[in-house]
Structures are given as structure tokens and as C-alpha cells.
Design a protein around this ligand. Structure first.
Ligand SMILES: Cc1cc2nc3c(=O)[nH]c(=O)nc-3n(C[C@H](O)[C@H](O)[C@H](O)COP(=O)(O)O)c2cc1C
Ligand SMILES: C=C(O[C@@H]1CC(C(=O)O)=C[C@@H](OP(=O)(O)O)[C@H]1O)C(=O)O
Length: 366
């Protein structure tokens, strides 16, 4: 089935952007995981539309309604189902798009694949709106990870050509991640944030959009999560991260910069630290052989520029087969990556909890 993430726990997302509601079913969650509604609310608010100056002005409270699987603020062990009502749809903005598809959105592909039956109002099931249930699932999983001492946090390290400093991959702490999570626009560095604000103002004035790069760190992980070859930590994370609309790529640690490095520079030498063998640096991004090294997992997730831009663009009217200029109405994000920050965190949390529930590879008596 599509729109599903996870092996041991399975997060199934459903709904369309302009239908009555979107939601999820999570199967396989153990009983007794505490639901911290305040923490969940904070994550939902970070992602919600209308949550800032440089994001879509659609406004949704995004308060989940739990239909099953939760009792006295803990999971029951049975499938957890929750819905998030869609309360601020403006479908007239999409009236022409089924016949005049937007370049680089999913409109035309969906029309062809589903024989014209897909509900493409607001992007339908392909909309970034479907990341709201992902954030809910991620916040629930993050609550479970906390009990294992694992924390996940993400921030923006690039908006268009404006760059912000990455975390220290070797020594980033849970406290650092907390301050990243509360940084305005997801950029802690003030000068970089101002430059990004200026760029976004210019981009909007130009009727355009920009891409961005989200860096995500997970700390407190034990060594040994993941598997070799086809079921590695990177494989599981990358597969799930591509569920987020607009993602163009994911890299780990030094990422693509590793291509230009020598082994002597890229390698993470081992040290003895309080009797434990630990890599001195973390250019591997916390994964070797598909298995966690015990250092922070560091990933960079690349987002393309938002496809729906205000400028007139070339398209083709499907009913007549004639080329036509398209001007898109509606409320769109000038940079997807800003609201995608908590989504990357959420998906990372889901995958790490899923990996934690993998059967151990060897018997380790305590
Ligand atoms: C949080 C978030 C917000 C988004 N907002 C918009 C938007 O306002 N307008 C738009 O055209 N695309 C937006 N997108 C991206 C589209 O949903 C996405 O590009 C489209 O579904 C096609 O999928 P693809 O880019 O993965 O191929 C958003 C994506 C995310 C994750
Ligand atoms: C509603 C959300 O984002 C939407 C994602 C989106 C898209 O094409 O992906 C297009 C816009 O939809 P609409 O035209 O209905 O306002 C965004 O507002 C959300 O994230 O909750």
C-alpha cells in the first residue's frame, strides 16, 4: 500500500487537502506510550499553514481528533486513528488546474495515472497538507524515543543561495536541538536569518519561489541500529523521507562534499574515550555499513522551489490540446523547506523508533 511508512510500526496517512479531513492510522505501536499533548501541539503549530510571514496564508488549527488507540493519554496497543479536519479550503483557486496543469506539481501526472478521477483540489493527496499527519505520528514517536534518551531536531541550513551554519556533527546535544527547534524560521544564526528574510521578500515580489536545505540531527542513539546492504538505516530513512512532497534528495554526514575529499580527511579516526572506542569526528553522519555508530545521525534533506508560483507560466489545456498561459491563484509557500523542518524531524523520529523495534542481531546478556 502507498502512503505508508515503517516495518514494525506502520504509519498509514490518508485524505486530500480539500476533503473533509486528513488523518492517519498507526498500527504496531506498543501500549503505554505517553501522549504529551503540549509537545504534540507545538510540533503541529510549527508546521501548520499560516504559521509565519513567509509561508502559505491558509489558516488551519490542525488539532488532531483521536478516534481510537488512545486512552488516558497513553497508547492502548490497538491501531491509533486520528483525523485533522480541513477547515480553510478555497477550492475555487483550483477550478482551472484540473484542465490546465501546474508545471512541476503532480496535477498532470495524477490526472493521467488515475484516468481523471484524482481529487486535485489543493493538490489532493499529493499536497504538502498530508504532512500534518506525519508530524502527528512523528511527535508521538518522539515521545517514545525520549524514554530511550533519543532526541531529534532539525533546522534550515540553506534558503536559495543563503547559507546558515550546520550543527557540530560530533558534539551536538539534545539542548542544542531544543534551541534549533525554537529558532524563528528555523534559522538560529541571526545574520543568516535576516539574509533569508530579505531573499524571501524579493522572491515573493518577483512572483517566484526558492528551494532549501534542512539539516536533521538525532542524538542519544545506541550503536547497532540498522542493517547492511538493502535494509540499512540510510535506506529506511531515505525511503521514508521521500514521502515528503518536494524532497529532491537526502545526504548523510559529509554527504556529496565527500566526493572532493581525500580518505585521510574524510575518515573518522577512532579514539579511546573513558574505555570506549569512539570516532573522533563524525563525517560518516553516524552511520557505517547501514548501522548506527552511536554518534549523532546527521542528514541533509534538499527541497525544490515551490512549484506554484505567481508568475505566468506555459502549460497546455488538456481538453483542447492547446498551449496556454497559466496564472496560479491561491495561497502558496514561497519556500517549502521552512514548514518542512518539523516534517523532516517527524519522519526521522518514526524511522528511528521503527528501527529500535527491530529484532536484535545477537544475544547480549546484561
Ligand atoms: C510543508 C509543505 C508545503 C508545501 N506547500 C506547497 C505550496 O504551497 N504550493 C505548492 O505548489 N507546493 C507545495 N508543496 C510541494 C508540493 O506538494 C509538491 O511539490 C508536489 O506534491 C509534487 O511532488 P514532488 O515535488 O515530490 O514531485 C509543499 C510541500 C510541503 C512538504
Ligand atoms: C494546507 C497546507 O499547505 C498547502 C500545500 C499545498 C501543496 O500544493 O502542497 C498548497 C497550498 O494549499 P491551498 O491552496 O489549499 O492553500 C498550501 O496551503 C498545509 O500544509 O497544511
Amino acid at each position: 500500500m502507498s502512503s505508508r511508512i515503517g516495518h514494525n510500526i506502520q504509519v498509514q496517512v490518508f485524505g486530500e487537502s480539500h476533503g473533509p479531513a486528513i488523518g492517519l492510522v498507526i498500527d504496531g505501536l506498543p501500549a503505554g506510550i505517553p501522549l504529551d499533548h503540549e509537545a504534540i501541539g507545538r510540533q503541529m503549530a510549527r508546521r501548520a499553514p499560516g504559521s509565519g510571514r513567509h509561508v502559505t496564508q491558509r489558516r488551519e488549527p490542525d488539532q488532531p481528533q483521536y478516534l481510537s488507540g488512545v486512552y488516558r493519554d497513553r497508547t492502548t496497543g490497538s491501531p491509533l486513528c486520528a483525523i485533522i479536519p480541513n477547515t480553510d479550503t478555497r477550492s475555487k483557486d483550483y477550478a482551472t488546474l484540473a484542465d490546465l496543469p501546474r508545471p512541476s506539481h503532480a496535477d498532470y501526472n495524477a490526472q493521467v495515472k488515475y484516468g481523471g478521477h484524482a481529487d486535485m483540489r489543493g493538490g489532493g493527496h499529493f499536497s504538502g497538507r498530508l504532512t500534518a499527519p506525519l508530524v502527528l505520528a512523528g511527535a508521538i514517536c518522539a515521545g517514545a524515543l525520549k524514554d530511550y534518551g533519543i532526541e531529534v531536531g532539525a533546522h534550515l541550513i540553506q534558503v536559495g543561495d543563503v547559507k546558515a551554519p550546520p550543527v557540530d556533527a560530533r558534539s551536538v546535544t539534545a539542548r542544542d536541538l531544543e534551541s534549533l527547534r525554537t529558532a524563528p524560521m528555523g534559522i538560529a544564526d541571526e545574520a543568516a536569518r535576516q539574509a533569508a528574510e530579505d531573499l524571501l521578500a524579493q522572491v515573493r515580489a518577483d512572483g517566484d519561489s526558492v528551494g532549501g536545505l534542512v539539516e536533521c540531527a538525532a542524538v542519544g542513539l545506541p550503536q547497532g541500529l540498522g542493517n547492511p546492504m538493502a535494509d540499512g538505516l540510510e535506506n529506511r530513512l531515505a525511503g521514508a523521507i521521500f514521502a515528503i512532497p518536494g524532497v529532491r534528495g537526502i545526504a548523510f554526514g559529509a554527504g556529496f562534499d565527500a566526493c572532493a575529499m581525500r580518505g585521510s580527511v574524510h575518515n573518522d579516526p577512532y579514539d579511546l574515550e573513558d574505555g570506549q572506542i569512539r570516532p573522533r569526528t563524525n563525517r560518516a553522519g553516524g552511520v557505517l555499513g547501514g548501522i548506527s555508530t552511536g554518534l549523532p545521525i546527521i542528514s541533509q534533506v534538499a527541497f525544490k522551489p515551490t512549484p506554484s508560483i505567481a508568475r505566468a507560466q506555459d502549460s497546455v489545456r488538456l481538453s483542447t490540446g492547446q498551449p496556454e498561459k497559466l496564472t496560479i491563484a491561491g495561497r502558496h509557500d514561497p519556500c517549502i523547506a521552512i514548514r518542512a523542518i518539523p516534517v523532516v524531524e517527524a519522519v526521522t523520529a518514526i524511522v528511528l523508533l521503527d528501527l529500535l523495534y527491530d529484532k536484535g542481531a545477537c544475544h547480549v546478556p546484561r
